[in-house]
Design a protein around this ligand. Structure first.
Ligand SMILES: [Zn+2]
Length: 270
């Protein structure tokens, strides 16, 4: 299993998932383990994360790190028994903090604590999609994220797949004069996306093979397949929703300007 970098560890990896450090310990580079642990302890670059307190996308920087348990000078080479916490602060408001606790134990590493939770950060982030998703689909989207942050792959993927398919069927409305619903249903996800290429974000159309996993029967997917594909499908959903929000905002602006132009015209006439 590939070792996650800091951002993947804190924003996507469930608590208690255990990663072996053996490869680094037996690596030719005797400092490999040291460098990896340092890359989790000392974050000298900004990280974009949704701030649940500002209620906005924000940038966080490391403000502190604490060693909670340290087991002697050899820990770096042996990969044994070290617990440390990393604190990040929001650059909009220094009193907004995020905390992450890591445990190095018996040549493995896992994240054993986190505040705010991945689910909180992600669910606050997706709230902006509520107005284009509607209540039911929004609930399913939140559930999917809540489940995946607890390492539940298949369950979360089922929700995500339902939402993705729902959005694809919404887009079908544009071509219903040309393709019957029966024909549309019988097509694979890649073919559906191709048919809808004028009505879906370019990224989705150009990378439609990524979404072919959505045609695979849920029985043939493993827990790990689902966890691995989750982010990709989620980003696909967010892209569709981002476009819907843009369209809605444009429409609202146009209605506003129509109204004020109407008022101006009638004032000029007076
Ligand atoms: Zn903040």
């Amino acid at each position: 299993m590939k070792l996650p970098d800091f951002k993947t560890f804190v924003l996507e990896t469930p608590l208690y998932e255990v990663f072996a450090l053996q490869e680094l310990i037996s690596s030719k580079d005797i400092d490999a383990l040291y460098h990896y642990l340092q890359s989790l302890k000392n974050i000298n670059y900004p990280i974009d994360i949704f701030c649940t307190e500002c209620q906005k996308d924000s940038t966080f920087r490391q403000s502190n790190n604490f060693v909670l348990r340290f087991n002697g000078p050899n820990y770096v080479s042996s990969g044994e028994n070290d617990i440390f916490m990393v604190e990040l602060s929001c650059t909009r408001n220094q009193s907004h903090h995020l905390y992450f606790i890591f445990r190095v134990f018996n040549k493995t590493i896992s994240k054993i604590g986190q505040h705010h939770s991945i689910a909180d950060i992600n669910i606050e982030f997706i709230k902006k999609y509520k107005k284009v998703l509607g209540n039911d689909r929004f609930k399913e989207f939140s559930k999917a994220i809540g489940l995946v942050t607890h390492g539940v792959g298949i369950g979360s993927f089922v929700y995500l797949r339902r939402i993705f398919e729902g959005l694809i069927f919404d887009a079908y409305e544009h071509i219903k004069g040309e393709v019957t619903i029966g024909e549309f249903r019988s097509k694979r996800m890649e073919e559906k996306i191709e048919l809808l290429k004028n009505y879906l974000p370019n990224f989705l159309v150009e990378n439609k093979n990524l979404y072919s996993i959505l045609s695979v029967g849920i029985h043939s997917l493993t827990e790990n397949d689902c966890l691995n594909y989750f982010q990709t499908v989620k980003i696909g959903i967010e892209l569709i929703l981002d476009e819907k929000i843009d369209e809605l905002n444009k429409k609202e602006k146009m209605e506003l300007i129509k109204k004020s132009l109407g008022t101006i015209t009638s004032e000029i006439k007076k």
